[in-house]
Design a protein around this ligand. Sequence first.
Ligand code: DGT
Ligand code: CA
Ligand code: CA
Length: 570
Amino acid sequence: MDTDKVVRLLNNIADLMDINGEQFFKTRAYRMAAETLREIEEPIDVLVKEQRLQDLPGIGKAIAKKISTFVTTGSLPYYEELKKEVPPSLLDLLDIQGLGPKKVAVLYKKLGITTIDELQKAARQHKLQDLDGFGVTTENNILRGIALQSKTSGRSLLHHALQQGNQYVEYLKKISAIKNISIAGSLRRRKETIGDIDILVSSSDPDRIMDAFSEYHLVDEVMLKGKTKTSVRLNDGIQVDLRVVEKKSFGSALQYFTGSKEHNVLLRSLALKNDMKLNEYGVFSKGTDEYLAGKTEQEVYETIGLPFIPPELRENRGEIDAAYNNSLPHLLQLEDIKGDLHVHSTYSDGINSIEEIVKACEKINYEYIGITDHSQSLKVANGVSVEDVQKKCDHIKKINKNSNITVLCGTECDILKDGSLDYSDETLKKFDYVGIGIHSLFKMNKKEATHRIITALDNPFVTFLAHPTCRMIGHREGFELDMELLFDKAVETNTFLEINAFPDRLDLNDINVKRAKDKGVHFIIGSDSHSIQHLPNMQYGVATARRGWLEKQQVLNTTSVSKLKQILNG
Ligand code: DGT
Ligand code: CA
Ligand code: CA
């Protein structure tokens, strides 16, 4: 059985239990088990057969038994019973911004609502505002949430599309008839959401490639099959386009199909100005149609008179001018990252101990790691009490004696409603550094929210602002903030702004990163890991940073540990 199927089952059970009003710690057990399985590479059938599920972190006896039943018999009586109590279509409602399990339960029990369509209709007829815990604002928010969801629906998050795309490419690479292969499109540009995956191949035997492409084990449906282009839909709904070109056109086709369209339009007009024609087949001389280049992207750009432009910059945001003037940024690379300063441990809502995190980070070759657990008032995330802060910092001191990397004692301290912080200065002083972030009361207007954050930045103990807008892609729009004011304040107070690398956050986003950089802001990139399996998400933060034109010197966690300590102490 596909492990993904088990992961989905566990998450669905947790969601349905939530709607059913079960206690938090019960549903959390299912979510943690799902989280663990999601990253396990061993086939689930083997784990079940050898009865090793329970050896995995976060999987207890009862859940292991349910997984075994599901994997061996293909169904789970417990889940079937649960679905009788709570219609599974309610799970779709949970995806809407502003709707949690409690509200979904009310909608179902009081109005019999089970689908998004029914919900939208009821909201438009103003039937929601009189329900317990609802109101006019909630009703409006739900309508906005439905609209927001339809805007992003059909697009996949970068991390998911990248995993799927890379696996597909690995599979295709085994075909000997393939000369060159690359991901193209928005995925190669590392956009935060991906409409469809584009793959480009050069080969002299397109038929063979198209057959193999269509026979991939995750393909649900072959939508179109031709000599140069084939499109399929995978079992998760994502579309993949494959194009096959001749070797001498691989570079120009890669350039063309990487886009963006806007970048290409500008590049073509520049080519024309230089008496050349550019299309997916190559660069040609305008008068004679003579083929000038096309094998590699590098030679395509060079022939037109430009240095190579990294895909992440190809959005028509000034990159062609910068290339022309030889002032392209030397983009930050994943290898430049020397540590992660935003990680949660079992001290709050993470599933791994600090020791486990340290071990995992040693493997990544980090020089340092900062443990930033939630603060006291964030009860849902098991925030660290004032007494435990000292305990945690002492514990970290002890770990440092025997570890190859430096462990820092940090916090992700909550920003309260009025902009004050959830720990006193007395407590904040105990940390090596302080991250701050908002985790509640998301319904503030621009002025209030900006004020709340700016006030918090004035606290002299603050090092960085976590996920500045609090958006969740497809679920929550995030605060509308006065960005100029925020960036100015960050510069004035020497506060680093985070690029949160968690796949559905990527906050700040590419555009804001570039704006902030232009104002002189400095950044940290944090994985916001709640499990060691999240640590590799750093790559999506780096991708966002690259799309925001960042160089290594603008990112705190590219500095050596000695320099970092100097900065944190200074
Ligand atoms: P997506 O899939 O919506 O996330 O965005 P893209 O950029 O991957 O767009 P897609 O898949 O429609 O096309 C891939 C690339 O191919 C696109 O970035 C630029 C190029 N392309 C596609 N259609 C056109 C077109 O009509 N004109 C031009 N100039 N380029 C195109
Ligand atoms: Ca695409
Ligand atoms: Ca496409």
